[in-house]
Design a protein around this ligand. Structure first.
Ligand SMILES: NC(=O)c1ccc[n+]([C@@H]2O[C@H](COP(=O)([O-])OP(=O)(O)OC[C@H]3O[C@@H](n4cnc5c(N)ncnc54)[C@H](OP(=O)(O)O)[C@@H]3O)[C@@H](O)[C@H]2O)c1
Length: 383
């Protein structure tokens, strides 16, 4: 999922995470033992690539001649570059000089003229150009980046957006370079914090162009180098379609819609804000979702009361029927390019940041989330 982009709120979160995480340069990530595996996911057999097959020594060998130019220092640029650096690889950062990212990179120890450069300078130095600008920024910056993508280089993305919707972005890579993807399934803050804990995010990998004959191997190795614990295979197209659907659906858009609908019904029927919030959000995030994460939905149902279980089993099909057409419309909107077009148009507006701030404030000001502040303050660990 790609939670994204630049609001000052997002920056505050990024800064807070950077502050709370141990400094990058003193980190000693543990190495978990895992391997390449053919596994059954339900009834389908898939291959997954795991970190133990790509220890630091192997990464050093595969990438002995490479310099990684990480273009963009948002949440993914920050996490992936620091993890690669901690994995012993040669990394330089390329961002707009004196912009917010430039300053963030300096705070994290990147040195102007040594490891921190303009986008053009970094692209010149990099043998692997890692395009981690925002997706709208990738469209703008493509004419700047493209001339540096000379034969033998590798172009890397963490999203299939730019290349698959090239009719909207103009991103058509030169034919004589490898084009690969590793897409962490989580925010950059998680990519970094899991790495520092010796754990690893799950990511997908894909190859769009394989000129060297080594693109897949390099995509897997790079996926490990940026901090993944395991990687599953996809294509650029499937990655972007599933990712855009997921974040608009269950991961973010859907969950806000469902939470608010239930909260509003409870409030309209005379329940207090604390009761409505506890029955809608707090119990979900604090008690039940962690149970789903641990052992699946049936297990969560099994450890709940018989009353709760009966009702959940009865009502789940009703919600399925109500929401499936919405998911179908959503997927179609992603597939036919409506969602990417809207993203590019909206994010290119000069007042984009102010508008985003206003939209996020509107959510923060909803009674449900204002009530949530008080509920969270009551958690014993927050007192
Ligand atoms: N965030 C996620 O959870 C996530 C997860 C998986 C994959 N991804 C993918 O990873 C990539 C990076 O995402 P992100 O969330 O890290 O992005 P982000 O935080 O929005 O990154 C913003 C970066 O892009 C730069 N930028 C924006 N517009 C620009 C322009 N017109 N010219 C030059 N630089 C520009 C910003 O520089 P300034 O500071 O100078 O403005 C900043 O360094 C995207 O493809 C995204 O889809 C993201």
């Amino acid at each position: 999922m790609s939670t994204r982009r630049f609001s000052s709120l997002a920056r505050q979160v990024a800064t807070a995470c950077r502050r709370s995480a141990p400094r990058a340069f003193s980190a000693k990530p543990n190495t978990q033992v895992r391997g390449v595996k053919t596994l059954k996911f339900a009834d389908t057999t898939e291959i997954v690539y795991e970190r133990s097959d790509y220890p630091k020594e192997k990464l050093a060998k595969i990438f002995a001649k490479d310099v990684f130019a990480v273009i963009g220092y948002g949440t993914q640029g920050m996490a992936q570059s620091l993890n690669m650096k901690d994995n012993g690889l040669k990394v330089v950062i390329g961002v707009r000089k004196n912009g917010a990212s430039w300053k963030d990179a300096i705070k994290d120890g990147w040195v102007p003229g040594e490891t921190l450069f303009s986008i053009e300078e970094a692209c010149e130095k990099g043998t692997v150009v890692m395009n981690l600008l925002s997706d709208a920024g990738q469209k703008d910056a493509w004419p700047t980046i493209k001339p540096y993508l000379k034969k033998g280089k590798t172009l890397y993305f963490s999203h299939g957006f730019g290349v698959i919707f090239s009719d909207q972005t103009g991103i058509i890579p030169p034919k004589d370079i490898d084009v690969i993807l590793a897409a962490p399934k989580g925010s950059g803050q998680t990519v970094r914090s899991l790495f520092l804990e010796g754990r690893g995010i799950n990511s997908s990998i894909a190859v769009y162009q394989d000129v060297s004959g080594e693109a897949k191997e390099r995509a897997i190795a790079l996926g490990v180098a940026i901090g993944s614990g395991y990687l599953y295979e996809t294509t650029f197209k499937k990655e972007v379609l599933s990712d855009l659907t997921g974040e608009r659906g269950v991961l973010m858009g859907g969950i806000q819609g469902m939470f608010k609908a239930q909260y509003d019904v409870l409030r309209a029927k005379g329940h207090s804000p604390s009761e409505a919030f506890n029955e809608t959000v707090e119990e979900a995030t604090q008690s039940l979702y962690p149970l789903i994460a641990k052992n699946g939905m049936d297990w969560m149902y099994a450890v709940c009361s018989t009353t709760a279980r009966r009702g959940a089993i009865d009502w789940a099909p009703e919600f399925y029927t109500a929401t499936k057409p919405v998911f179908e419309r959503l997927y179609e909107s992603v597939e036919n390019g409506t969602e990417t077009r809207r993203t590019l148009t909206e994010n290119a507006r000069p007042d984009y940041r102010q508008r985003l701030e206003a939209e996020l404030k509107e959510i923060a000001d909803q009674e449900m989330w204002r009530a949530g502040k008080t509920v969270r303050s009551l958690r014993p660990e927050n007192q």
